[in-house]
Design a binder for this molecule. Structure first.
Ligand SMILES: C[S@@+](CC[C@H](N)C(=O)[O-])C[C@H]1O[C@@H](n2cnc3c(N)ncnc32)[C@H](O)[C@@H]1O
Length: 298
């Protein structure tokens, strides 16, 4: 019977370090993480408040500026793919701007939610015509065969908060190589493992930092156990011949402030400051997530 990594009690971290069999099982059993069972929890926890608003504000600014420019240069709407799209907020907004979207997730529940918001947006934007969105519920690894009939490649591929939930994240880069047009861009947003350390330093959770085998209980926790460091992503970009156009930090101070005083009580001011510091060295590298927009080196 296959062993599900979710069934392994990661709270028994000490056992797993001392027991090579458990270590081996964890390695073999690691698989991509569908959010089917936690779709409601994800929606509420990640996007139900200011944290989600900051995340979307930074992504909107980075992506919409770029897509507008590229669309003007090409003189047409863009073909855009969102893999592991979840609730697909940014993708749906891009569709309301007239672009052609392909939206994918392994989880049917997540895409049901996304479809419901696309329907609402479609009604709001009725005067501009129907949104051009094709939905694929499948692992992104199966998209290639589903997309086989479509000869045109994508101008923009978004991959947000997916790396850290994949068994073999580096392989997505091969998929991008296949699916991205020569002038296209990839938008990569990923959990920043440095932010885990920094936040726990601030919160005084030294025991957690001393425990090198700490694993969050992913039955509910949305802290990924397999984050990919910025340096690793940069090395993939180098190997696959991409050039970084911009890099931003998402939530560079909001999550670190235990004391909500002064400007912290004004959500609009927090978003304004997060937008400003998301682009500034050295603060941006402390973002809970990082966003990198990269194009192919020609
Ligand atoms: C943390 S959520 C991110 C959702 C969205 N991109 C965002 O930034 O809000 C990760 C998503 O990846 C999906 N996922 C996991 N493995 C996948 C795979 N192999 N192919 C496609 N989607 C996958 C999950 O079901 C989940 O909806």
């Amino acid at each position: 019977m296959p062993i599900n990594p979710q069934d392994i009690n990661h709270n028994d971290a000490a056992d797993s370090t001392e027991n090579p069999t458990i270590q081996a099982i964890e390695k073999v059993a690691r698989s991509d993480r569908s959010f089917d069972a936690i779709a409601d929890h994800f929606e509420k926890k990640v996007y139900g408040g200011l944290k989600g608003d900051i995340r979307l504000a930074v992504l909107r600014r980075d992506i919409f500026d770029y897509s507008k420019q590229l669309s003007q240069t090409l003189g047409r709407p863009l073909r855009i793919l969102d893999v592991g799209a979840g609730l697909a907020q940014i993708a749906i907004e891009l569709a309301t701007q007239g672009h052609t979207l392909v939206i994918n997730d392994i989880s049917a529940n997540m895409l049901e939610k996304a479809k419901a918001s696309a329907m609402q947006c479609g009604e709001l934007f009725e005067s501009k015509g129907k949104l051009d969105i094709t939905w694929y519920v499948c692992p992104y690894q199966e998209l290639e065969k589903n997309l086989a009939e479509q000869t045109e490649k994508f101008d923009l591929i978004m991959c947000h908060a997916l790396f850290e939930w994949l068994a073999e994240p580096a392989k997505v880069m091969d998929f991008f190589d296949q699916q991205l047009s020569d002038n296209g861009a990839i938008s990569l947003c990923f959990y920043n493992p440095a932010s885990f350390d920094y936040r726990n330093l601030i919160m005084g959770n030294f025991n957690l930092l001393d425990n090198t085998d700490y694993k969050a209980d992913n039955k509910k926790s949305l802290t990924p156990n397999h984050p990919v460091a910025k340096e690793e992503v940069e090395s993939w970009l180098e190997v696959h011949h991409y050039h970084t156009v911009l890099a931003s930090g998402l939530r560079v101070f909001h999550d670190y402030s235990p004391l909500k005083r002064g400007g912290h009580n004004d959500p609009e001011a927090v978003i304004r400051m997060e937008l400003r510091y998301s682009q500034l060295e050295p603060y941006k590298w402390l973002g809970r997530y990082l966003h990198i927009l990269a194009t192919r080196k020609n």
